[in-house]
Design a protein around this ligand. Structure first.
Ligand code: MTE
Ligand code: MO
Length: 201
């Protein structure tokens, strides 16, 4: 069934792949950054996992790229309304990093931080089970700096603000510690299918 909605803008087809309140941005990939794009050489990039873990660890870019790789092909959803279908990222599953540091049973949440200082918080369960990545490539090519290259967090089943660009680390906690947007009223989890945009949603 085709549904045209709204008084302005192009008619839209109700797409079962589109979460409520989202529109299909097509091939257009907007850049949304609170910071100036940093210039991080792949050999200078590092990724740390610490907090409530048995064996905190920092990987160099070279070490991280040697881990078993895996791909994500699917959709992404920004809280400002755009979604993109069928995007393709390559990287390493976060399960690989988490298995290496051995999370404590008490760990329930995580804060991700970027080399630029950006932070975002989310339930640890959303980072496991093959649903989150450290992404190095987009469409088979190195991730562009403005999109988080050399590496970004990718948690595509949550709103895209959780996917921290220029990812530097992950701290495991036994409580929620709101990050940048979460401190500014955005949702602790951010599930687009439940339209969890703001903290009261
Ligand atoms: N470091 C950092 N990561 C970030 C952001 C940011 O401002 N800084 N913005 C977030 C938001 S709101 C979105 S929608 C996506 C945008 O990623 P893109 O610029 O590659 O589209 O990155 C997320 N990760
Ligand atoms: Mo966003």
């Amino acid at each position: 069934m085709n549904v045209t909605r709204g008084f302005t803008g192009r008619p839209r087809v109700a797409d079962p792949g589109l979460p409520p309140g989202q529109y299909d941005a097509g091939d257009d990939w907007p850049v949304l950054s609170a910071e100036v794009t940093p210039d991080i050489a792949p050999e200078d990039w590092t990724f740390r996992v610490d907090g409530l873990v048995a064996a905190p660890r920092t990987w160099t870019g070279e070490q991280a790229r040697r881990l078993p790789d895996s791909a994500y092909e699917g959709d992404i959803h920004c809280v400002t309304g755009w979604s993109r279908f069928g995007v393709r990222f390559g990287g390493v599953s976060l399960d690989v990093f988490l298995d290496a540091v051995r999370p404590d049973a008490s760990a329930t949440h995580a804060v991700a931080w970027s080399h630029t200082g950006y932070t975002t918080s989310l339930p640890l369960a959303d980072l496991t089970g093959g649903r989150a990545w450290i992404a190095f490539t987009y469409d088979g090519r190195p991730l562009a700096p403005e999109h988080g290259g050399p590496a970004r967090l990718l948690v595509p089943h949550l709103y895209f603000w959780k996917s921290a660009k220029w990812i530097a680390g992950l701290r495991l906690l036994d409580h929620d510690e709101p990050g940048f947007w979460e401190q500014n009223g955005y949702h602790a989890r951010g599930n687009p299918w439940e339209e969890q945009r703001y903290s009261g949603d």
